[in-house]
Design a protein around this ligand. Structure first.
Ligand SMILES: [Zn+2]
Length: 452
């Protein structure tokens, strides 16, 4: 899970500043459309045959730029993926126009674009940028200043993102015992402990007495088997806190099945409804337990990644759309916008910045049985998720979200007296009381890192 690449590699860091100060006031008609501007172009990283580039368009004038199109000519580079704008490339000619959300560049502000491109032979810096048809033709100043070192931000190959059949066996219908028949009776009737209303436990830690032993067993097992339990800082917890109570998702649509706007919205609604089940497990009478600060965690889908833009049957720019950016043999949303790749929370290379970042991926793969979950998000079958949009519990997905919040799997043991729960894959079809208390126990052991 930890991205810690020590990739030597050759990093080419070049920043080119092309500045044009347009102060001509004798021609009002032109002055209206010719804001002062500068363009910076940087190669964030480069590898044999490819590179990632950043372009920053800065309005150095005094009036805003409304709607922009940036054009330039490449030499022998071909863009395969661009974020922060709508792009087209014909031969060497590239044109990028604004998205709906970044069409206005205020005075002394900038917008940024990112892209992945291939190159052949050499990778020279373009020199003929034009913003709304007007050349920004200042001098070229190659410098590494201002380029964020990429070595620490390059994601390791996401081995953990590749699901294996053994990680999460697809529960068979016959193996799933309805949990209601096996879940212990709610403790209130069995545990004559002081009630919350009479004696609020200061720590908020008051599990039902019959769960205390198995919960302790689970935590001892976690402590003895997790390599970096207390040092790892990208659990779902870290992400919710970093987002101040909200989680942004990007959907990796690893399927050629078309997605209508209605299906898109249903997927979002189901995602939010399922995620809420875990977050509600942190609440007692509508209040966060044990200092948990959020009574509601907002789930927002900010982007979609697909192989072919035509798979998505809407044309507006209400979502960031990433086309044919392939990683792990599946469409991926832009790394500069992803929490997994930017665990320091620095989204300065993400066009649109923090608002357009995504914490987790909902990775929906055609034909997949079972699932996988981790700090990067959750992966389940696309047909499975779509066919269960209206299910009360999309239980494989629920299990994977549990993994995202650090909860363990139970492949080779079960805690004393507890057999049926969502984290014991295939044994339950909904979050049980034991799952709920495991979640709360994780928070109990981590909360001090957030000052709770
Ligand atoms: Zn699992």
């Amino acid at each position: 899970m930890m991205a810690n690449p020590k990739r030597g590699g050759r990093l080419v860091m070049i920043m080119v500043m092309l500045g044009l100060v347009w102060t001509q006031s004798q021609k009002p008609a032109q002055a209206q459309t010719s804001s002062a501007c500068s363009i910076s172009y940087s190669i964030v990283r480069q590898w044999q045959g490819g590179f990632q580039g950043d372009i920053v368009i800065r309005n150095t004038g005094t009036s805003p730029i409304n709607n922009w199109t940036l054009t330039w000519s490449f030499n022998n580079q071909v863009i395969s993926q661009l974020w922060g704008g709508n792009y087209s490339q014909t031969g060497t000619a590239v044109s990028v126009s604004n998205m709906a959300w970044n069409g206005t560049i205020a005075s002394n502000s900038s917008v940024s674009l990112g892209f992945i491109a291939s190159w052949m032979g050499s990778n020279p810096i373009p020199s003929n940028f034009q913003l709304n048809g007007i050349a920004c033709n200042g001098g070229i100043t190659p410098t590494a200043t201002g380029v964020v070192p990429t070595a620490t931000r390059t994601p390791a190959p996401t081995v953990t993102a590749i699901p294996t059949a053994t990680r999460t066996p697809a529960p068979s219908a016959t193996a799933v015992v309805p949990t209601a028949t096996r879940t212990p009776v709610p403790s209130a009737t069995r545990t004559p402990a002081p009630t919350a209303t009479r004696t609020p436990a200061p720590t908020g830690w008051n599990p039902p007495s019959n769960l205390v032993t198995p919960l302790n067993e689970v935590w001892q097992h976690v402590e003895s088997t997790y390599g970096n339990l207390y040092g790892f800082r990208n659990y779902g917890w870290d992400q919710v806190i970093a987002g101040n109570g909200s989680i942004n998702y990007c959907v990796r649509w690893d399927s050629d099945a078309p997605v209508s706007a209605a299906l898109r919205d249903q997927i979002h609604a189901s995602l939010a409804r399922q995620f809420k089940k875990w977050m509600d497990a942190m609440l007692d009478n509508g209040q966060g337990t044990n200092g948990w600060p959020y009574t509601n965690v907002n789930i927002k889908v900010v982007g979609w990644a697909v192989r072919d833009r035509n798979t998505l049957q809407w044309s507006d720019n209400s979502f960031d759309i990433y086309v044919n950016n392939i990683a792990e043999n599946a469409p991926q949303c832009a790394p500069p916008c992803g929490r997994f790749f930017n665990q320091d929370g620095d989204y300065s290379d993400c066009p649109g910045g923090f608002d357009h970042h995504y914490d987790m991926s909902l990775w929906l793969t055609k034909g997949m049985a079972g699932g996988a979950g981790g700090d990067w998000g959750q992966r389940v079958g696309s047909e499975y998720f779509v066919n269960n949009l209206n299910s009360e519990n999309i239980h494989i997905f629920l299990h994977e979200v549990g993994n995202t919040f650090g909860l363990d799997d139970f492949y080779d043991w079960t805690p004393t007296g507890i057999n049926s729960f969502i984290m014991n894959a295939g044994s339950a079809s909904q979050i049980t009381d034991f799952d709920k208390w495991m979640l709360r126990d994780f928070w109990r052991h981590l909360k001090n890192r957030y000052g709770y």
